[in-house]
Design a protein around this ligand. Structure first.
Ligand SMILES: Cc1cc2nc3c(=O)[nH]c(=O)nc-3n(C[C@H](O)[C@H](O)[C@H](O)COP(=O)(O)OP(=O)(O)OC[C@H]3O[C@@H](n4cnc5c(N)ncnc54)[C@H](O)[C@@H]3O)c2cc1C
Length: 392
């Protein structure tokens, strides 16, 4: 879309062009139906690794290209336009788990793990959610006891992406039973550790599997404790990146939905008239396009101002808007397909399934509204008005 191009420099255009060409050459869009049954898109991920996509968040000394959040968001948007499960697979190489390891792991672990993530040899997962506490972070029960040079992890995590594929897991955990948010740090666990067990699998409407993982007295060297008590703020800072990457998948899906809608209504005829000629349909298209462009502006602003991580307020606002916008757009795009949109033969039904993820993962909309509302009540200055939020 033209407005997007206006903001891109030559390197960014080349990057998007390379990803776009690859998606087309390897027919990511056409093949995306293969992944509805939970098949992992490993071929796509290997192809993307070969052009450097999986190393975009990894520092150069560990085999990556260390691109800014904005560039990674652009790439994810492009991939999501073609294949939602592939975009989700890529996000775990660009997101919080990689950034936590790149920032807080001991040097020899960075050297061992990060180059393999960049080449797609291994994958990473992040374990935050627990059965009784998803958004309720201060009530995590998973605990790690530190005994001399060893650390022992005990707990259950659930709804975890890539549980079957990942080699290393960044586990958010209480340290030595310290209560509350301040007691949370994180530990790096290898799936081959005794006591690590995948205990349940959930097949999602988007296609991918999520899993429950038990850590039964999993013992790791103490250097695997990447952050101890008081580390939660640092984890959240890294997590803010996820709040730009998640909506970039939603944005890509909204664009794909729009493209499917406009192609369909141009072709489909009713009583000799193209569906695109009905005013009611044109108004839908205009609304969809307007909302996509509004969402793009918010998201690009949040991603462009990341330094190196996005501002929590900007990222939350962008995420809330773009996730909900994309659901509305996909819904309307399906509607203009009539009954065919409800069948799996048309890409719009897969887009509609995938787009539902956005408001749930990476910070649920309701939790983010709490965050934004709290900041506004505490710091919005009626005299300086919007300038008091430092947005402009
Ligand atoms: C496709 C997918 C992939 C995922 N991958 C991972 C992963 O890799 N790792 C991981 O750790 N987790 C993952 N998750 C889990 C996700 O992070 C959680 O589902 C999310 O944090 C919400 O937690 P919950 O499901 O326990 O919902 P709950 O916390 O039980 O929330 C239920 C409802 O209450 C709302 N709510 C919560 N607080 C408030 C409030 N203060 N005011 C009003 N409403 C509120 C929520 O927004 C939600 O609508 C994934 C989820 C999905 C769908």
């Amino acid at each position: 879309m033209q407005s997007q191009r206006l903001m891109l420099n030559e390197d960014q255009r080349a990057l998007i062009g390379a990803v776009r060409s690859l998606c087309k050459a390897k027919n990511f869009k056409g093949n995306s139906i293969k992944y509805l049954d939970g098949t992992y898109p490993s071929e796509n991920l290997q192809d993307l690794a070969a052009i450097g996509v999986l190393g975009m968040s990894i520092p150069e000394e560990y085999g990556g290209s260390n691109l800014p959040v904005f560039d990674t968001a652009l790439v994810l948007e492009e991939i999501a336009k073609n294949c939602y499960p592939t975009a989700m697979g890529v996000m775990s190489s660009l997101g919080v788990q990689t950034r936590v390891i790149a920032t807080y792991a001991p040097e020899h672990m960075k050297q061992d793990i990060l180059p393999k993530v960049a080449t797609g040899e291994i994958a990473l997962a992040v374990c935050m959610t627990e059965t009784h506490a998803g958004t309720d972070v201060p009530n995590y029960k998973t605990n790690t006891v530190i005994r001399g040079d060893r650390a022992i992890v005990q707990g259950v995590k659930t709804l975890i992406s890539k549980a079957n594929e990942a080699q290393w897991f960044v586990v958010f955990t209480r340290i030595d039973g310290t209560p509350g948010r301040d007691g949370i740090g994180c530990v790096l666990v290898n799936r081959d550790s005794p006591g690590f067990e995948v205990t349940a699998r959930y097949h999602t409407m988007g296609g991918e599997y999520l899993a429950e993982i038990q850590f039964n007295q999993v013992e790791v060297p103490v250097e695997n404790v990447l952050l101890r008590q008081g580390g939660f703020k640092k984890l959240l800072t890294a997590f803010n990146t996820q709040r730009c990457l998640n909506p970039s998948i939603s944005l890509g899906l909204a664009e794909a939905a729009f493209e499917e809608a406009i192609s369909y209504v141009r072709e489909r005829t009713i009583r000799g008239q193209h569906v695109s000629e009905f005013q009611g349909i044109r108004w839908k298209l205009a609304d969809m396009y307007r909302d996509i462009e509004a969402g793009r502006s918010l998201l690009y602003r949040a991603a462009l101002t990341a330094n190196p991580f996005p501002d929590p307020h900007e990222a939350a606002i962008a995420k809330m808007f773009v996730n909900e916008m994309a659901i509305r757009v996909a819904n309307e795009a399906l509607q203009v397909h009539g009954g065919y949109g409800f069948t799996n033969d048309y890409p719009i039904s897969r887009i509609y399934r995938g787009v539902r993820y956005g408001t749930l993962g990476g910070g649920a909309t309701e939790a983010l509204k709490d965050l934004v509302g709290k900041r506004l009540v505490e710091s919005f200055d009626p005299v300086d008005g919007f300038l008091s939020q430092g947005t402009f």
